[in-house]
Ligand binder design. Structure first.
Ligand SMILES: [Zn+2]
Length: 293
């Protein structure tokens, strides 16, 4: 495992943490953190239970890769740390596409065990609802479908800004369109969905400069409209139906969406789409801006 690129700080005292293959020990406070099966356990509190795991189908991952490549021209010089990696599908895909992986974290041991089989990068088990104890100077951090779970989203973005080096980049996705919030969002522990200008405002409030911000998955709009119509007509589509549409669980639908999303990609790139189920943003810590942990 290549841990050389990954800077960590002690989750208890925030001192720089040095990592060895057997685990990590904090020189400042003496706390020890074990590593098992290549997963460094940095939990200091609650133990995560198996839970929500976003499913990416390959075309979505391709959109994310393409946006990253377009918005981050020096991508090859950076190493990605993914916060909330789930079972690691997207991470593995980005790794296969040549994105260097600095590491990833999640709160679910079961998820990380799956990720371990797919990627070589250092993996951290962290407390649920807590950001990973990364050290400063990160070059590229991703937060795919995580921010909507967090109460204090601007505070979290500020914290991430401080972890990035000047010129460091944050890539994130969130569910779009607050008016679509329904019981499935609640079940998935979403606090909110985002309007595009709202996401931009929160990123800027935290000190980021937005490089790219666009909706994606616009081809699902017909399904959404169908659902809204059904609601209006009193035969409301079930939330599960919509979730299946969103996640592409139905193979036939999946194939159809893949074809449609291929058409969509140039539009995503141009940030012209007014409508989509999700938002993707790439934002940068401006050079010369002060950030405090
Ligand atoms: Zn410590």
């Amino acid at each position: 495992m290549n841990r050389a690129e990954l800077r960590l700080s002690c989750p208890r005292c925030q001192s720089p943490l040095s990592v060895a293959s057997a685990g990590a020990r904090c020189a400042a406070c003496g706390a020890g953190y074990p590593a098992r099966d290549g997963i460094l356990d940095l939990r200091v509190g609650r133990v995560g239970a198996a839970g929500y795991d976003p499913h990416y189908f390959p075309t979505l991952a391709e959109v994310e890769r393409d946006v990253l490549r377009d918005a981050v021209p020096d991508l090859a010089e950076r190493a990605l740390f993914d916060i909330g990696c789930g079972s690691g599908g997207l991470l593995a895909f980005l790794g296969e596409c040549g994105v260097r992986l600095a590491g990833a974290c999640d709160a679910y041991p079961e998820s990380l065990a799956l990720v371990r089989r797919r990627v070589e990068a250092p993996l951290l088990l962290v407390d649920e609802g807590r950001l990973p104890p990364l050290g400063p100077g990160q070059s590229l951090v991703s937060l795919f479908d995580v921010l909507e779970h967090i109460d204090d989203d601007v505070g979290t973005l500020r914290h991430l800004l401080a972890l990035l080096e000047p010129g460091g980049v944050l890539a994130l996705t969130v569910p779009a369109h607050p008016f679509l919030f329904d019981e499935m969002d609640a079940i998935a522990h979403h606090r909110r969905r985002y309007a595009r200008r709202e996401l931009r405002a929160r990123l800027e409030a935290a000190g980021f400069r937005v490089r790219h911000l666009a909706h994606f998955m616009a081809p699902l709009v017909p399904l959404v409209v169908l659902r809204l119509l059904r609601r209006v007509l009193g035969t409301r589509a079930s939330a599960m139906e919509r979730r299946q549409a969103e996640l592409g669980i139905t193979p036939v639908l999946n194939g159809m969406l893949r074809a449609l999303l291929r058409l969509e990609r140039p539009l995503v790139k141009a940030a012209l789409l007014p409508f989509g189920m999700s938002l993707i943003a790439v934002a940068e810590r401006p050079r010369g801006a002060a950030g405090t942990l």
